[in-house]
Write a new protein. Structure first.
Length: 624
């Protein structure tokens, strides 16, 4: 592996180092460890550097982890900043049992784990590595091991790869393949996810900046260590993946948080808050770019007064009004003694650099603070979107700054589509981006919607036409009528087993407004372990519920209300994926929900009435 390594006194062999010899490199802010290991069959120790107090500094081992039910190749990385290590890992199942070249590279603010030249994990430490009187222990599974007391450059790292031409194929093998569509996409790897999205249209290109997440907000000892990643497109079909737009580059940066982008005079401004590692209030700042791809941090900071709760300042959203004045909306709380009211603070500027404080933009009166706000004008109306506990709500007005009116249906999709934000798109369209959440975990898959504007100004959602028909492979097409009736109970029709992931489209015509109707997906043909996707005309409601539950137990996390037209002819489009289901109703309302069950069997049902199903079509979707 490391046969070409150089570096003089900065390089040393670790394998078979006598136990009575120790490393005495002192306190390090950078190092690199390379090892050729063999494993993947059982839990075992591979290599350990431990201090003179017997506590590990760097521990490489294999271990079965119950939370993922897999044998992992693990690196426990300790610094003097915390008692607990940062864990870097990759499943042995992903890389395959046998011999592999490992390289651990640490450069103060980041530590990276490479396997056979492929970056499989990373984390963002603080503090230093203590290698005073450190003992080296290697075990049976370690065939070679070396250490450099500095961080190898990219050229040096690449020079150590045995088969450089095979890195791309190994990347696909280890991290998975890129899907054919960006809808429901997330970065390759086993612990990655899309976090808060910040879409922006610059007049030619539609950009999605998003928080790149590892470990569901658990990186950097729970601080998140989020960074702005970036993809872009001109047509929603062909996408370009760009380098990290705004990265964690300093130890004090706990996380690069949500914000917004605006372009003025051919300069892109990315506004965001930086969460500090010492628990001090987040810092509002911005980065600039000439192309929207490579940003440079300004190192300039924006302050607001202590009438606001400074510890919660975040999520700056910047826009320009018709008079050329810039406005910034900031998530925080008004402070009145012990009373805190969540609000959007309001700053104005004429140059995007010097900001003046105005009265709060809105104090909506909900529990918590209005997060990840969005403001835009569309066809003569003004809209304000904000999220509480992840659920997005909106208000609208005929005036630029209110008064803000609440529509009857004021939510955007279901609560599982987290913190959606919008951006313009050609031909007067407007796109929505968010992420599909998971229970008790931050981050998930990217979800893209298109806004629908009703005559009264209220908003709906549909799946963009560019994402419809993910596959032309028709599995089942049933044009003849399927009619189900039971005025007093439950009627069903089994469609059968449907292999893999698929798109389902049909039309339903109910005859009784007080009935329930819909379809079910389940792991077995008796539907004891599955989900009902249930439409309730009298409640104007769609709900995704367990097929077997106590009474009519309902889950509000997977329900939406004020769904118009369920008592007439209803057109349904659904994408049934491994772990979740995405539904569009009449091209105006959408709802996405985790189901976390197998979806092998499909049925249609009616309860307390009669319904006819028409034009049932099932198309297979290639698994990512």
């Amino acid at each position: 592996m490391m046969l070409n390594a150089t570096g003089g006194g900065n390089f040393m062999e670790l394998k078979n180092k006598p136990a009575e010899q120790v490393l005495n490199l002192g306190t390090l802010k950078a190092l690199t460890i390379g090892a050729l290991v063999r494993g993947g069959e059982r839990s075992e120790e591979l290599l350990c550097l431990q201090g003179d107090n017997g506590i590990p500094v760097i521990r490489i081992h294999s271990e079965e982890r119950t939370e993922v039910n897999q044998l992992l190749l693990l690196v426990d990385f300790y610094t003097d900043a915390r008692d607990k290590p940062l864990p870097l890992s990759v499943p042995w199942q992903a890389i395959g049992a046998g011999e592999h070249d490992l390289l651990l590279r640490y450069n103060g603010h980041i530590v990276e784990l490479f396997v056979d030249g492929v970056l499989v994990d990373e984390d963002w430490p603080m503090g230093s590595v203590q290698l005073e009187n450190a003992e080296v222990r290697t075990y049976e599974g370690t065939l070679e091991a070396q250490l450099w007391s500095y961080s190898l450059t990219e050229a040096e790292r690449e020079n150590l790869i045995r088969d450089q031409q095979g890195v791309e194929s190994r990347k696909t093998l280890y991290l998975g393949t890129e899907p054919s569509s960006i809808q429901y996409w997330k970065p390759r790897g086993f612990n990655t996810g899309v976090g808060d999205c910040m879409p922006y249209f610059d007049g030619e290109t539609f950009h999605i900046y998003y928080l790149f997440d590892r470990r569901g907000h658990a990186s950097k000892w729970g601080l998140g260590a989020h960074q702005w990643a970036h993809i872009s497109t001109k047509d929603l079909k062909d996408w370009t993946h760009h380098p990290m737009a705004v990265a964690v580059t300093q130890e004090w940066e706990g996380s690069i948080c949500t914000g917004s982008v605006i372009k003025e005079n051919d300069v892109y401004y990315a506004f965001y808050a930086v969460r500090a590692v010492d628990g001090s209030p987040a810092q509002l700042t911005y980065a600039i770019s000439g192309d929207g791809i490579q940003f440079t941090k300004s190192e300039a900071y924006i302050t607001i007064s202590d009438r606001y709760l400074l510890s919660s300042v975040r999520d700056p959203h910047v826009f320009k009004d018709a008079e050329g004045v810039y406005h910034m909306l900031i998530t925080t709380s008004l402070v009145d003694g012990a009373k805190h009211e969540g609000c959007l603070a309001h700053l104005v500027s004429t140059d995007l650099q010097n900001w003046q404080e105005e009265e709060p933009f809105i104090v909506p009166g909900y529990h918590g603070e209005p997060e990840c706000s969005d403001y835009f004008e569309w066809n003569g109306l003004y809209y304000l979107i904000f999220s509480n506990d992840g659920l997005a709500r909106y208000r609208y007005s005929t005036e630029p700054f209110g008064p803000w009116l609440r529509p009857a249906m004021d939510t955007i999709d279901s609560v599982q589509l987290r913190v959606p934000k919008t951006a313009a798109f050609p031909e007067g369209r407007r796109m929505v981006t968010g992420f599909l959440s998971g229970p008790g975990r931050y981050g998930g898959e990217l979800v893209i919607r298109e806004l629908v504007q009703e005559e009264d100004g209220s908003l709906g959602l549909k799946i963009p036409a560019e994402f419809n028909g993910l596959s032309n492979q028709v599995v089942t097409q049933q044009e003849e009528l399927l009619s189900l009736t039971n005025l007093n109970g439950f009627a069903e029709q089994l469609i059968g087993k449907v292999e893999g992931e698929y798109e389902l489209a049909f039309e339903a015509v109910p005859e009784h407004p007080t009935m329930f109707y819909g379809f079910s997906v389940a792991a077995d043909s008796d539907f004891k372990r599955g989900n009902d996707i249930r439409f309730e005309p009298s409640n104007n409601k769609l709900g995704v519920h367990d097929t077997i539950c106590v009474g009519f137990q309902e889950d509000e996390v997977s329900s939406i209300y004020h769904v118009k037209g369920l008592d007439g002819r209803v057109r349904i489009e659904a994408v049934v994926k491994e772990g979740f289901i995405d539904i569009c109703i009449n091209g105006k309302r959408t709802s996405i929900s985790r189901i976390n069950r197998e979806n092998a069997y499909l049925r249609f049902f009616a309860q307390f009435g009669t319904v006819s199903f028409h034009n049932i079509t099932i198309r297979s979707v290639p698994k990512r």
